[in-house]
Design a protein around this ligand. Structure first.
Ligand code: G6P
Length: 465
């Protein structure tokens, strides 16, 4: 990595310092990038999160700890078409294999392209010739090509934080070719796992007729080559594990422990999103209670689920469904002194989550599809090595490729989930420790710092045009 080259990070959301701290609700991306930017003084550009009547064409900047955040506002129409529309009602469901939920509207597609063009227009004057530009996630796929169209010759990389779907699904996207062709203007493309990478390479070979070198990840089309590789993202280990020493984490741990007493706490922490498999998770828990009515008193399930993307219809529906299911289980299984499911619609700080994870002897991470899933890694990082809890992990989370020693489940099967819960509840200490020992090295060593270094090293090596 050339220490002199400044880093410009671009993502839809930017964690402006005053907004930091709500990491539990923000998902993994914000925390990960924060750590990366502190290392190389840089600029983080994106949407302010504000919706305005009339765009002003202004950029708000703020510099804290050597990191400058530069944000722009978007009009209501832009937010509707680009964020709620194309990004979260078309690309997100499609990339998470949910063709049934994906909407294809020409207007939102145009809005997506318009906002990407606006990002390019506003960002261009901030970029200096030697800067390395790193663009993130599905909101901004065409941005690199838009910057190239403005003459930028910098190294530009792109990282996709979510899955890449199989070709047979992906081709249901109108103008899919146009979108993927824009990606070939990046110097480097990063995916979370080999599986998503291979799907992408398959698409390039079969649909675009590109020349693909599977070993190096080089994709060549019309004389231009871009390199695509897998870079599994990790957590900020040093920061996260140090939280265990804080009063806030200890208090949170104590609070959960004292309220569950002789019962085993089992925890799930997820943005309220249909990709996370929450109704299926509740079905699995319900099945467990049906099969083992004598164990209702042994278990408390705590589901933390901060609401997300609330203007999108499918998110309203999943929220209503979860309320119903949690209510049904509790209605059927509660006693005057016992409520089996605690369903909480709010976010917590990372320190509090650390405490909750440590107090929970089972961590349930059962998405139907997930790019990586950092909650799985945070749950493990919060465990007491002498008496660790058990991670139950969906085999369809990107994290499963690295965390094969967790109890892996098929989240679609209530029987499989119920069985895994029983295994986890009864798992002897020796086996818990053995599994933990096998898992924790990856969580500690393949962290967000090494992820950043790996990606930026390869981006630098890609060479300027
Ligand atoms: C996922 C995405 C991120 C996104 C986050 C929170 O992790 O990969 O790009 O920022 O969800 O979603 P939101 O729509 O609130 O930004």
């Amino acid at each position: 990595m050339r220490e002199t080259s400044r880093l410009v990070v671009v993502s839809n959301r930017v964690a402006v310092p005053k907004a930091r701290g709500a990491a539990g609700a923000q998902g993994g991306l914000a925390g990960a990038l924060n750590a990366a930017l502190k290392k190389r003084s840089g600029v983080w550009f994106g949407w302010s999160g504000q919706e305005v009547e009339q765009q002003t064409g202004e950029i708000s900047t703020q510099t804290t700890d050597g990191v400058t955040t530069a944000t722009i506002d978007l009009s209501k129409r832009d937010v509707d078409e680009y964020y709620n529309g194309y990004a979260n009602s078309t690309l997100w469901p499609l990339f998470h294999y949910r063709l049934d939920l994906a909407e294809y509207e020409r207007e939102t597609g145009k809005g997506y392209e318009r906002v990407n063009e606006r990002f390019a227009q506003m960002l261009e004057p901030l970029v200096e010739p030697e800067d390395v530009v790193w663009i993130h996630d599905y909101h901004l796929i065409p941005l690199g090509e838009r910057l190239r169209a403005r003459g930028l010759k910098n190294r530009i990389g792109f990282f996709l934080h979510i899955p890449w779907p199989p070709t047979r699904l992906f081709v249901s996207l109108p103008f899919h070719e146009r979108l993927v062709r824009t990606m070939l203007h990046y110097d480097l493309l990063g995916f979370q796992t080999k599986e998503w990478l291979e799907s992408f390479l398959h698409y390039c070979r079969t649909e675009l007729g590109a020349e693909v070198d599977d070993d190096s990840g080089a994709v060549t089309l019309e004389g231009r080559t871009t390199v695509a590789r897998a870079y599994p993202i990790g957590i900020d280990w040093d920061h996260f594990s140090a939280l265990g020493e804080t009063g806030e984490a200890r208090q949170a741990q104590q609070r959960l422990m004292s309220s569950t007493r002789h019962r085993t706490a089992m925890i799930g922490v997820d943005r309220l999103d249909y990709s996370k498999g929450l109704p299926e998770r509740l079905d699995g828990i319900s099945r467990f209670f049906d099969r083992h009515p004598d164990r209702v008193r042994d278990l408390v399930f705590v589901q933390v689920a901060p609401p997300s993307r609330e203007d999108v219809e499918s998110y309203k529906e999943i929220r209503a469904l979860l309320e119903r299911k949690a209510g049904q289980i509790n209605g059927a299984r509660s006693e005057v002194d016992l409520v089996p499911v605690r369903y909480v619609n709010r976010g917590y700080s990372h320190a509090q989550l650390f405490g909750f994870f440590r107090a929970s002897k089972i961590g349930l991470v059962t998405p139907l599809r997930d790019g990586m899933n950092l909650v799985a890694k945070e749950y493990l990082a919060a465990q007491d090595p002498k008496d660790p809890g058990v991670l139950i992990l969906s085999r369809f989370a990107g994290a499963a490729a690295q965390l094969g020693d967790a109890v892996l489940v098929n989240p679609h099967s209530p029987d499989d989930l119920s069985h895994a819960i029983r295994i986890a509840l009864d798992m002897p200490l020796a086996e818990r420790r053995e599994r933990y020992e096998k898992l924790i090295g990856t969580v500690r060593d393949d962290n967000v710092q090494s992820w950043t270094e790996d990606f930026l090293r390869d981006l630098d090596a890609a060479g300027a045009r």
